[in-house]
Design a binder for this molecule. Structure first.
Ligand code: IPT
Length: 986
């Protein structure tokens, strides 16, 4: 510390002073004093506004506020107005000028005070004060004595308090600065939040540290256990289940026939360290060996495939302070959605999260608290990663990462950090880690161009073609031939892909197919797990609430809703993207071959055979169940495929459905569910399914069309009434309708709004696709229907879409049904330079809500490049429930390839039949309103039910960060004809 400036530590690059050396996080039976709870708090505006004597024990803080520890101070007061400062979001940019290591003098600083009692007999002579997370720099005083200071927000810091702690009342004072030199190393893409956001405690240091190394030899089935203990006295080891009772934990102890740990079988052996003084430290030992074999990532001798997500710590009301229930919810949701891996982007998580990963089984890439992305816009000039002055800070962060979490079997890879360029400090950190822990691999994506100091070739957001080239080992060479040889021998991972912002990601199936085709590809991690939306209420007593994103707190620089790009909505409801991902990464693949009446089951598990699953079948005729039962499938080994013949009951069900001749499609669905409870889901939870159409629908009855006749200024076609001049349908039976008219606009999704090389939505708008004009060219009734010709084009454009609407209709006296058929023929003309957002017809009915029943894929939304999870069946929902609440409103809710739908408003019913299929979207507001909305609460019902019946949509892709849709999913402006039939009872 600089004597002249007591606050010099804020800006100097030192990782801290007065701290104890880092060590493993573990529990013991020695007493602890938990210091979570209410603390006295004052927020100083900057370093010129500090409270001078605030650290002295007798300082009178009774007038100060109370603030919960742990918490992020900017989240206080939510969902109302934040009481202390406000959250601020930037992705890459620092929210202050880049002038390392200097930060603004106007540096919001939280002054925290807490008095606590030390009980008589507390062994203060070995007491340690522990902070598990303080953002971003802090200094600590106990009973008026300065203990030291620290940085490294998401890392543990401990101070020896043996000399200061006394029986009875003690006073702890902590000053926390929002900005510090450490902020330059913590430029992760997330909200800037500050404070003591993880737990604080006083613990007793008996056993100081230990390192459990538990290896598994798959060739012999032997486990080897060695525990390296640092302790003041002698410590013994016992693992009763393995018959280990040892005076010397170092061993190594060889155990025959041990059960290895894996994501699928997270076998933990309970053990214990017992010190001479009587301290007991519980251990949870998982035997596993991570190795690269012939360029393939293996654990315990078998390749693993990462079906992972990037997880930030997030809660919409508490920010990065999470309860254990929330951590558990994340782990369970991951497991329930077939996810088997997590990258702790971009910092070590609360230590308890890793305990849960050990327990329930997730492969973990544990990442250091490091990102210097904000130097990229300046060409990486002055990047700390390559500046010797920052070397100590880098090594400190690496050591604190590894030391804290080294005893977790779930952690198989250390990741140095994220988006920090390259440089000697990263290489030095990798070097240190490699020397300290040779049981895991080292990851850092930023070094992909050389891979000089990493063990995995990691990439982010590359397209499937480049991924396939990497899979084949055909990536472009590195500059240095030695690096090239090294890199070609490495397994490859996608540390980020499938950017889950808003509606999307599309194309996950395409990635998965490539990943599974190449042993070198060890899989990857979707960006990202959860939307970091902040819950706000619109006003004090208004029940309406919404999720805030960048800019909603008046930030000077911000990156908008780029912070909402997860598979979970902020309240942890799974988004359609997560449902899709679950299907795409199923560890068991079921396929049904109707021609040969066979079912095949392919097991993609790492070690588990399919014996833990029950297989069930259902047959549905037009969505009505006509049979179901258990299916016996012999336990299939990992990597193997089993084929079974349809059993007699399945065959009989189909034969009787055929005899019945309902005229509807008959579908067979086979599903694999948990046979018994797992720790992460109950018996019956579905893991995988397959579906096939086993009998087609019969073609609809053609009808003899009625003539269109002029009547009272209208044109009548059976039960339908059209405007004689515009040819617009006004009435169908009792139902008042508006439209339908050709429509090509969609409320741009985030993947349309952002994208390298110019966002698609900008090109759409420049072309005028959001302001297409519908010009009627002719309305011609004839003896068998009505033809309306029109052209759709924006002002100023010399391109357009010619459209011919051909209406035919009939009344069926037998059924009392009025039928109305619309064939829409679209012919583009002129120079089209952009794909179409959608191609279909839009219409509306009176109403604020309606019941919707449909037969076709469901139950959730689906788009052409995100439809794996939708299965054919009969579904019932409502217009309200069919809206997907993306944090920033955008195109959503499409039901893909619907065969027929029934829309029932308060008193009317409209039936819609595809020819043979039509995409269906229903909304209580218009596309224009959806386009204009910034938040969900901007959307207001307008008294109409808006229907979109689409021939096709442009794909979703992942262009918000990554590639757009693949060529087959691009909706080009080409001639198209599509039909739909309406009917209504009378
Ligand atoms: C990538 C970042 O690593 C991640 O933190 C997040 O910001 C993501 O992008 C986008 O949401 S970096 C990007 C330049 C590819």
């Amino acid at each position: 510390m600089n004597d002249l400036d007591p606050n010099a530590y804020v800006e100097d690059r030192s990782p801290g002073t007065g701290r104890l050396r880092p060590r493993a996080a573990f529990t013991t039976d020695l007493p602890t004093i938990a210091l979570d709870g209410d603390w006295r708090f004052r927020l100083a505006a900057g370093l010129d506004d500090l409270t001078e004597d605030f650290a002295t024990p007798h300082f009178d803080d009774t007038g100060w506020d109370l603030l919960a520890v742990p918490s992020c101070w900017q989240m206080t007061g939510l969902p109302g107005e934040p009481r202390y400062g406000a959250p601020a979001y930037t992705n890459i940019r620092y929210p202050f000028p880049v002038d390392p290591p200097r930060v603004p003098r106007r540096n919001p600083t939280g002054e925290y005070r807490r008095a606590f009692d030390v009980p008589a007999g507390f062994p203060s002579a070995s007491a340690v004060l522990r902070f598990e997370g303080v953002d971003s720099a802090f200094a600590v005083w106990l009973n008026g004595i300065r203990l030291g200071d620290g940085k490294g927000s998401r890392l543990t810091t401990e101070f020896d308090v043996a000399a200061q702690l006394r029986p009875g009342r003690n006073v702890l004072a902590v000053r926390v600065h929002q900005w510090s030199s450490g902020s330059y190393l913590e430029d992760q893409d997330m909200w800037w939040l500050s404070g003591i956001f993880r737990s604080v405690s006083v613990v007793i240091r008996g056993v100081e540290d230990f390192f459990v190394r538990a290896a598994y030899d798959h060739t012999t089935g032997r486990g080897t256990l060695a525990v390296d203990v640092t302790a003041p006295d002698r410590v013994s080891l016992s693992v009763p289940e393995l018959g280990i009772v040892a005076a010397d934990p170092a061993g190594p102890y060889v155990v025959e026939g041990v059960e290895p740990w894996s994501d699928e079988n997270p076998r933990l052996y309970a053990g214990e360290l017992v010190s001479e003084a009587g301290e007991r430290v519980p251990l949870r030992i998982g035997f596993r060996t991570v190795a690269v074999v012939d360029g393939v990532l293996t654990v315990n001798g078998r390749p693993i495939s990462l079906r992972g997500v990037n997880r930030h710590e997030w809660h919409p009301l508490t920010g990065r302070t999470l309860t254990e229930d929330t951590m558990l919810a994340d782990v369970l949701l991951m497991k329930q959605h077939n996810i088997n891996a997590v990258r702790t982007s971009h910092y070590p998580p609360d230590r308890r999260f890793l305990d849960l990963c050990d327990e329930h089984g997730l492969w973990v890439f544990c990442e250091g608290d490091l990102e210097t992305h904000g130097f990229e816009p300046g060409g990486w000039r002055r990047n700390p990663s390559d500046d010797p002055d920052w070397r100590e800070a880098y090594l400190d962060r690496a050591a604190r990462l590894v030391e804290r979490d080294k005893n977790h079997p779930s952690v198989i890879v250390w990741s140095l950090g994220n988006e920090s360029g390259t440089g000697a400090n990263l290489a030095a950190a990798a070097d240190w880690i490699r020397r300290r822990d040779d049981t895991r691999l080292i990851h850092y994506e930023g070094d992909w161009a050389s891979c000089a100091y990493v063990d995995l070739y990691s990439r982010m957001y590359i397209g499937v073609d480049e991924l396939a080239a990497v899979g084949r080992g055909q990536e472009a060479p590195t500059a240095d031939p030695a690096d090239d040889a090294h890199r070609r021998a490495l397994p490859a991972v996608l540390c980020e892909y499938g950017h889950a912002m808003g509606n999307g990601p599309g194309g996950l199936t395409d990635y998965q197919l490539v990943i599974e085709a190449h042993p070198r590809l060890a899989g990857g991690f979707i960006w990202e797990w959860i939307d970091h939306g902040i819950l706000r209420s619109t006003d004090e007593d208004d029940a309406r609430s919404f999720y805030a994103y960048g800019g909603d707190f008046g930030e000077e620089v911000h990156d908008g809703n780029f912070v909402a790009d997860g598979l979970l909505f902020p309240d942890r409801t799974p988004s359609p993207g997560l449902v899709e991902f679950k299907k795409v990464i199923e560890p068991v693949r079921i396929s049904i071959d109707p021609a040969h009446r066979r079912i095949s089951v392919r097991n993609l598990h790492h070690v588990r055979d399919t014996g833990y699953l029950d297989f069930r079948w259902t047959m549905e005729d037009g969505g009505e169940s006509v049979g179901s039962g258990a299916l016996s499938v012999p336990a299939t080994a990992p990597g193997a495929t089993t084929e079974v013949e349809w059993p007699a009951d399945v065959r009989a069900a189909l034969d009787s459905a055929r005899k019945n001749r309902s005229g509807h499609e008959v579908w067979l669905t086979v599903s694999a569910v948990l046979a018994a409870d797992e720790t992460w889901a109950g018996a019956g939870h579905e893991i995988a399914w397959g579906q096939a159409q086993v009998a087609p629908a019969t073609a609809p009855q053609p009808f003899t069309p009625l003539p269109a006749v002029a009547r009272d200024g209208y044109l009548a076609l059976g039960a339908a009434r059209f405007d004689a001049r515009s040819g617009a349908l006004l009435q169908f039976g009792d139902l008042e309708v508006a439209g339908p008219l050709l429509d090509i606009w969609r409320a741009p999704i985030d993947n349309d709004v952002r994208g390298s090389g110019g966002p698609l939505a900008d090109r759409w708008r420049a072309a005028g696709l959001h302001r297409m004009r519908h010009e009627i060219l002719g309305v011609e009734p004839d003896g068998s229907g009505l033809t309306v010709t029109a052209r759709l084009a924006p002002a100023g454009a010399s391109f357009g879409l010619g459209v011919v609407y051909r209406w035919t209709g009939c009344d069926e006296p037998d059924t009392g049904l009025a039928r109305l058929r619309l064939e829409t023929a679209v012919t583009p003309d002129g120079p089209w330079t952009v794909p179409l957002p959608r191609l279909g017809i839009a219409m509306s009915l009176p109403g604020t809500d309606a019941e919707v029943e449909w037969f076709g894929p469901g139950p959730g939304e689906a788009y052409r490049d995100s439809r794996a999870a939708a299965r054919v069946g009969r579904y019932r929902s409502t217009v309200s429930a069919m809206q997907t609440p993306y944090v920033r409103p955008q195109e959503n809710g499409n039901r893909h390839r619907v065969r027929r739908a029934r829309i029932t408003t308060a008193d009317r019913t409209l039936l819609i039949t595809g020819d043979p299929v039509i995409d269906l979207t229903v909304r209580p507001w218009s596309t224009a309103a959806l386009t204009a909305a910034d938040h969900q609460h901007d959307l207001v019902r307008d008294g109409r039910i808006h229907l979109h019946l689409d021939h096709a949509h442009h794909g979703l892709g992942s262009a918000a960060c990554g590639p757009g849709p693949l060529a087959p999913d691009v909706l080009a402006a080409v001639p198209a004809v599509f039909s739909v039939e309406f009917s209504t009872g009378r």
